[in-house]
Design a protein around this ligand. Structure first.
Ligand SMILES: [Zn+2]
Length: 125
């Protein structure tokens, strides 16, 4: 049986499985196709930190949340993985709200606004 390759995201599988295939920031469910394609590994610690590549400090994040969180600087010393996730989540959810507001006013099709609440997470940032 061939080994999984990076292109199949086999490298992230153990972390994704631990996190139930859900983005720890926005709850995007990677168990639902094709959302699996948007899962990525998020390093909770900055480059050169001795625990950066420790299993406990790499979590599951969707590509959007991962990219967004990585643009920020965080105080990480002495924090547990859960504390680091909580710290990032506050930043991510605030930014997602801004993207949602922009999308709602500039992108969301106006004809189906009345049905938006029944289509995926259209009514949720
Ligand atoms: Zn996410």
């Amino acid at each position: 049986m061939p080994a999984y390759t990076d292109s199949l995201r086999g490298y992230g599988f153990p972390k994704f499985k631990r996190d139930n295939f859900v983005c720890v920031y926005c709850d995007l469910d990677g168990k639902v196709w094709p959302y699996y394609l948007y899962l990525s590994e998020d390093h909770l610690l900055p480059k050169n930190h001795p625990l950066r590549n420790d299993f406990a400090y790499i979590t599951t994040a969707c590509v959007f949340c991962n990219g967004l969180a990585n643009r920020e600087q965080y105080d990480v010393e002495g924090k547990t993985p859960d504390q680091l996730i909580e710290q990032k989540r506050a930043v991510v959810l605030q930014a997602r709200q801004k993207y949602y507001d922009f999308w709602k006013h500039n992108v969301q099709p106006k004809k189906i606004v009345a049905d938006a609440g029944t289509i995926g997470n259209a009514d949720r940032p």
